[in-house]
Design a protein around this ligand. Structure first.
Ligand SMILES: NC(=O)c1ccc[n+]([C@@H]2O[C@H](COP(=O)([O-])OP(=O)(O)OC[C@H]3O[C@@H](n4cnc5c(N)ncnc54)[C@H](O)[C@@H]3O)[C@@H](O)[C@H]2O)c1
Length: 365
């Protein structure tokens, strides 16, 4: 296959490029490094592709273009066999500063890709990376108890796709992604496109060029390792399930290889995608894990919560697993922490050692 990956130099984009190339496909990445424009030098995604694997791969074309460039994108879409759409303004706090730009990239950009696909190449699979922020802060209306160093949801183990999306606050990001998410469904329902929407939880890995506004786990690790004060917004009992970028890429790959319609033959399925309970950690648990793994005490300050931040999120991925039973999470929470810690030690040449690789495994025994 020849596969278009939008946002191809980002965290998930590079994982997708690597996987698809390894599986013998050709890849066209479209990315104009908006991440650096939005968040500054620390967020420069070009660092992810500044290596032989990306620069000298004859099966990979790196196109520096905006997804809203209709001419460029049309030429590419005509000649591909699948689309994985990842390009986004990815931060909910950032979207409060730039609601118009956020809408333009996330909602309009996605609609444009769908429309070009409909006009020029309507039979190909189209995977869209959405977000659990489409559910707004609805998760916060559940009851939570503090158990140990985390909140626990008194009613349910994890959130499935039945969670409502209305009567709650979203931030402009949640709204622009929800618009894109529903357009992606709509283009399947009304025009027969083979789309699917993946509502991601906390996607992570060493290629996250993390900043305070985006990239929770790498950013907190980076703060600890570089002795920078970390702001905890709204308390440290907040829980997130972490999924490694590789496991996101394999899920998207399963879909584009074999798109599945619902039992009426209509595509446009929606899947929650996250690391699940096994890979869930609270902020306080994250701080303890960093301490155990590196002996570094994070310097932190507790400040009021950010708009529409989830108190607790654990994804129920059973719908996706039912459709794609051979897919599973392959990177556990120790692997995820170790990879990120080792990445920063090496990239920033820090005099720190990874002391404990199996902290979470030992804890759960
Ligand atoms: N990282 C997470 O925790 C998370 C959670 C849920 C959903 N998602 C979604 O997953 C997708 C990938 O996110 P990521 O973590 O890899 O983020 P990322 O910022 O690393 O990657 C996104 C890429 O899109 C590019 N981009 C943005 N606007 C563009 C435009 N107009 N034209 C061309 N390229 C553009 C950026 O330069 C960046 O390289 C996004 O759609 C994001 O909303 C991410």
């Amino acid at each position: 296959m020849r596969i278009l990956v939008t946002g191809g130099i980002g965290l998930i984009g590079t994982a997708c490029c690597q996987l698809f190339l390894k599986e013998g496909h050709e890849v066209v990445s479209v990315d104009n490094n908006t991440r650096k424009t939005l968040f500054g030098d620390e967020a420069n995604n070009l660092a992810n592709v500044d290596n032989n694997e990306f620069l000298n791969n004859k099966n990979l074309e790196l196109v520096n273009a905006d997804i809203r460039n209709k001419e460029v994108i049309s030429e590419i879409i005509k000649k591909v066999d699948a689309i994985v759409h990842l390009a986004a303004q990815p931060s909910h706090p950032k979207s409060l500063e730039i609601p118009m730009e956020d809408f333009q990239i996330n909602a309009y950009g996605t609609l444009l890709l769908l429309e070009i696909t409909r006009q020029l190449n309507p039979k190909i699979p189209f995977a869209f990376m959405s977000t659990n922020k489409v559910y707004g802060d609805y998760p916060n209306y559940f009851n939570y108890k503090i158990i140990g160093k985390r909140y626990e949801n008194a009613a349910i183990e994890s959130f499935n796709e039945e969670l409502p999306v209305d009567r709650c606050g979203h931030t402009p990001f949640g709204v622009s992604k929800l618009a894109a998410d529903i357009y992606t469904q709509e283009y399947a329902i009304n025009y027969g496109l083979k789309t699917a929407t993946f509502r991601g939880g906390c996607l992570t890995g060493k290629n996250s060029r993390a900043v305070e506004m985006h990239g929770y786990l790498p950013y907190i690790v980076k703060c600890a390792l570089t002795k920078k004060k970390y702001c905890i917004y709204g308390g440290g009992y907040r829980v997130r399930d972490q999924i490694h970028s590789f496991d996101v890429a394999t899920a998207l790959y399963e879909f584009i290889k074999k798109p599945k319609p619902n039992n009426l033959g209509i595509y446009g399925k929606v899947y929650n995608l996250g690391g699940g309970r096994e890979n869930s950690v609270s902020i306080f648990e994250t701080i303890d894990a960093i301490k155990a793994k590196t002996s570094i005490n994070l310097d932190f300050e507790e400040v009021p919560e950010r708009e529409s931040d989830h108190m607790w999120w654990i994804s129920d991925v059973s719908r996706f697993k039912k459709d794609y039973p051979s897919w599973s999470i392959t990177k556990d929470i120790d692997f995820i922490f170790n990879e990120i810690i080792e990445y920063y030690i090496s990239a920033l040449r820090l005099p720190v050692k990874l002391l404990e690789r199996d902290y979470f495994k030992k804890k759960s025994i």
